[in-house]
Design a protein around this ligand. Structure first.
Ligand SMILES: C[S@@+](CC[C@H](N)C(=O)[O-])C[C@H]1O[C@@H](n2cnc3c(N)ncnc32)[C@H](O)[C@@H]1O
Length: 367
């Protein structure tokens, strides 16, 4: 990283002005020394002058890193400076720095990491700062997006009292959360769904769980005919055959791309999409789910996860037109007809620098 590079990022505030401000705010002796050192050191002053004309807050982290490379003897000052930046009066500055850091290309971080590895203290601070920036950016994207991330009981406050069959848990699921299907049944229960449509039957474990939520529920479940999907053929509907609810389960066999929804138009309270996870597959099933959905109905998608990029890509696209909710710690996406994301506060960050290693309070306790 060169000084020219630093200079090209020039913004609006001089670093010395900023240092002096912090010094005044914190009346910190370390900073006092640093300001003096920076003023007296010719080489440092030259570098600072390069950036002092129009220095944006966002480049502070970069400047500190560069200054540390050139003058490792000042490393502790830069660290204390960054840490002091965490205090409330300069929170916005730190936020900008963290966001800016997170926006840098990976090579930038690899380069800096090598420099920072020599000093464990600043390395962990740097990591925390970057992580925080990532969260802020994600948060910002989330605030502006039509996808709201919520805990299940935030979207369905009454769900705490709902009873669902534990038998729907997929123990062999490769998902981090094995209880997704419990949630699928719990949502259907809390919504009082009576007519349910499922894309993708497989063994029929979830199908039976959905049929079990109430004695007057009918479940329609669609799967490729076994001869069109030899992988799943031996297992299709195996749970249904042995289920006490089999009379209320209607197995349909068709490729969902060929499936006609006319017979079911606007008649379903609840649609669960869990068949072909390709972008085209999810798109087809979603369009058909909307055709079948009653006003006020609910659609749930499974596998909104890294292993199913098609689902992820389609949901991003779908959310440009309709609001959806991602249930935290699951692979589930929920659409509720008539419910918008604005009705819910954007989620608070799961963690922030305030929980990280170098909070001013922890620092004070350590001193
Ligand atoms: C992930 S499994 C379904 C799991 C099931 N919902 C459960 O919770 O146990 C996906 C199923 O979708 C079926 N499938 C895949 N592509 C399909 C398509 N185009 N039309 C209908 N079914 C399809 C597969 O045969 C497979 O049984």
């Amino acid at each position: 990283m060169s000084s020219t590079q630093v200079n090209s990022h020039a913004g609006s505030q001089s670093i010395l002005k900023w240092l002096t401000t912090i010094k005044l705010i914190k009346n910190n002796p370390d900073l006092h020394h640093l300001v003096i050192a920076l003023n007296e050191d010719k080489e440092l002053k030259t570098l600072l002058n390069q950036v002092s004309q129009e220095t944006s807050n966002k480049i502070l982290a970069l400047m500190f890193l560069e200054l540390k490379t050139i003058h490792p003897e000042y490393a502790p000052y830069f660290e204390s400076l960054l840490r002091i930046g965490q205090s409330k009066p300069n929170l916005s500055l730190l936020i900008q720095t963290a966001q800016w850091l997170s926006n840098q290309p990976e090579e930038f971080h690899i380069h800096n990491q090598k420099l920072l590895e020599k000093n464990e203290l600043s390395s962990s601070f740097y990591k925390a700062l970057r992580l925080w920036g990532d969260q802020l950016i994600l948060q910002q994207a989330q605030d502006q997006s039509n996808i709201r991330e919520l805990y299940l009981n935030e979207l369905f406050p009454d769900i705490k009292n709902v009873q669902v069959p534990v038998g729907v848990i997929h123990e062999e699921s490769h998902h981090p959360n094995q209880v997704d299907m419990l949630y699928v049944c719990a949502i259907a229960t809390v919504m009082g769904a009576k007519r349910i449509f499922e894309f993708g039957t497989y063994r029929g474990q979830t199908t039976c769980g959905l049929a079990a939520i109430a004695p007057d529920v009918s479940v329609y479940t669609l799967n490729l005919p076994p001869d069109q999907d030899p992988r799943y053929a031996p297992y299709i509907g195996s749970f249904i055959k042995a289920s006490p609810y089999k009379d209320r389960v209607h197995q349909l066999f068709a490729d969902s791309t060929q499936f006609e929804t006319t017979e079911f138009a606007h008649s379903m309270d609840y649609v669960f999409i869990d068949a072909d996870h390709s972008y085209e597959g999810v798109k087809n099933d979603t369009i058909k789910a909307l055709e079948m959905l009653k006003p006020g109905g609910t659609i749930v998608w499974h596998d909104y996860a890294a292993k199913s990029p098609g689902v992820y890509r389609y949901i991003q696209e779908f959310s440009a037109e309709r609001p959806v909710f991602r249930i935290r710690n699951t692979c589930l996406i929920v659409y509720r007809d008539g419910v918008s994301v604005e009705q819910f506060e954007p989620a608070t960050m799961l963690s922030s620098l305030e929980n990280a290693e170098y909070t001013p309070e922890k620092q004070q306790r350590a001193e």
